[in-house]
Write a protein that binds this ligand. Structure first.
Ligand code: HSE
Length: 439
């Protein structure tokens, strides 16, 4: 039999309803209008927006929505007989986004979402509902915006065992770090620049405290390792305690600071951590500039895969959403996490304290006799071996900046040393601890 069946009668259009028309929703409308014919040829049928719904009907969005049916009540999108696919772009882990998603899947409609928080917290329940109703649940835009990394891992690399996935999963933080690198800016100045560019989330804590990256990492981990989504098991440390000296010292050590989400499955369980790290200056992640995202997945047959692209923005996010819609139009979908929910493992949480590696520790201390001895004693008592010790005599942070690089050792020893130093009257403010990645 030919693998290319002769064309049959044209299939009916795929009818799409959009819930939440903000920046991303506007991008989806524009993309479906601009590439309408190409999308119809690729999908084998036309894709039509039949209804839209958002909080404020009269807001100027710079697009003409009058040609689409407006529904004040989002649930009307789910109830409508002429809707095949509901696209959720409301945002937020719970609330109206989750209600809409549950109702849509429960009614047997396909659901496309860009909502990483909702998938991270409720992805398993939603995937189960989708399985029960045999309807698609797609979320390409939820992880790394326009980068087709969900599809690549779920399909292109699906023959591989993946032991580790890591990357730059938050564009705002990467933009801030790049600004600090290029201009010597402080964290506060660089955050201001990110907000002026419109990158930071409405509540920048989601970006700078690593929460947004944690959501994305938990989704990648489930997909890569066939484990049950467990956002509660992801540890997140953000970038707000970084100072300009950290960026300079990292560079002097031949590294760059990046907020890295890393998930690894090993004998002790599943490790999922978001934290600022020192990345070797010659690793591809060190070259990822501005608000871009990048994901590295290591497969046991394919080797290292590296994906880079825009992690946010109207165009890239719309590109990912519409790709999901095209898959649905072609009837190309399967279990949301690449295998049925009941096949996903419940992996134990790995002991993060047992991870062995070198660490960068930065302290700001009072300029007094005996402070260095105090630091050295804390390191000795906690069993931390020091590889190098830098004090440049600056007092830019209302104290003296001290940077230590440790020999490879367990993370729990460094934590113990910092717990001792936290009691010291001579250490000013919070220390900065970053793993030095050997990638
Ligand atoms: N606020 C996110 C970021 C964009 O900065 O990457 C969407 O996830």
């Amino acid at each position: 039999m030919s693998p290319h069946p002769a064309p049959t009668a044209p299939r009916p259009p795929l009818r799409v309803a959009l819930a939440g028309i903000g920046v991303v929703g506007g991008g989806v409308v524009r993309l479906l209008e601009a590439n309408r014919e190409l999308i119809a040829r690729r999908a084998g049928r036309s894709v039509e927006i039949v209804a839209v719904s958002a909080r404020d009907r009269h807001k100027d969005r710079g697009i003409d929505l009058t040609r689409y049916r407006w529904e004040d009540d989002m649930d009307a999108l789910v109830a409508a007989d002429d809707v095949d696919v509901v696209v959720e772009m409301i945002g937020g882990a719970d609330g109206s986004a989750l209600t809409l998603a549950r109702h849509a899947l429960g009614a047997g409609k396909a659901l496309v979402t860009a909502n990483k928080a909702m998938i991270a917290h409720h992805g398993l329940d939603l995937a189960r509902l989708a399985e029960e109703r045999d309807t698609p649940l797609k979320y390409e835009a939820a992880v790394a915006g326009g980068i087709p990394v969900i599809k690549a891992i779920r399909e292109g690399a699906s023959a591989n065992e993946i032991a580790r996935v890591y990357g730059i999963l938050n564009g705002t933080c990467n933009y801030i770090l790049t600004q600090m690198e290029r201009n010597g800016a402080s964290f506060a100045e660089a955050l201001g620049a990110a907000q002026a560019e419109g990158y930071a989330e409405a509540d920048p804590a989601f970006d700078v405290d690593g929460i947004d990256a944690a959501h994305k990492l938990s989704i990648l981990a489930a997909l890569c390792f066939g484990t049950r989504l467990d956002i509660g098991a992801v540890t997140a440390n953000g970038i707000r305690n970084l100072i300009a000296a950290d960026i300079r010292e990292a560079e002097a050590l031949g590294h760059r600071v990046r907020l890295i989400g890393m998930a690894e499955r090993n004998e002790s369980g599943l490790y999922q951590h978001v934290q600022p790290c020192l990345v070797p200056a010659d690793h591809p992640l060190a070259y990822v500039p501005g608000a871009l995202n990048a994901v590295v997945a290591e497969g046991n047959f394919v080797g290292r895969l590296f994906f880079e692209g825009a992690g946010a923005g109207a165009g890239p996010t719309a590109s990912a959403i519409v790709a999901d819609i095209i898959d649905i139009a072609r009837d190309e979908y399967g279990p949301a996490f690449a295998m049925p929910v009941d096949s996903l493992d419940a992996a134990p949480v790995a002991d993060a304290g047992a991870r062995v590696g070198k660490h960068y520790v930065r302290l700001i201390v009072e300029d007094r006799i005996g402070v260095l001895a105090e630091i050295a004693t804390a390191m000795r008592d906690a069993g931390v071996s020091i590889e190098s010790f830098i004090q440049r005599g600056t007092d830019e942070e209302d104290g003296v900046v001290i940077v230590l690089v440790t020999h490879a050792g367990p993370a729990r020893a460094i934590d113990a040393a910092l717990a001792i130093l936290a009691k010291s009257d001579h250490v000013v403010g919070a220390p900065m601890l970053m793993p030095i990645l050997a990638l």
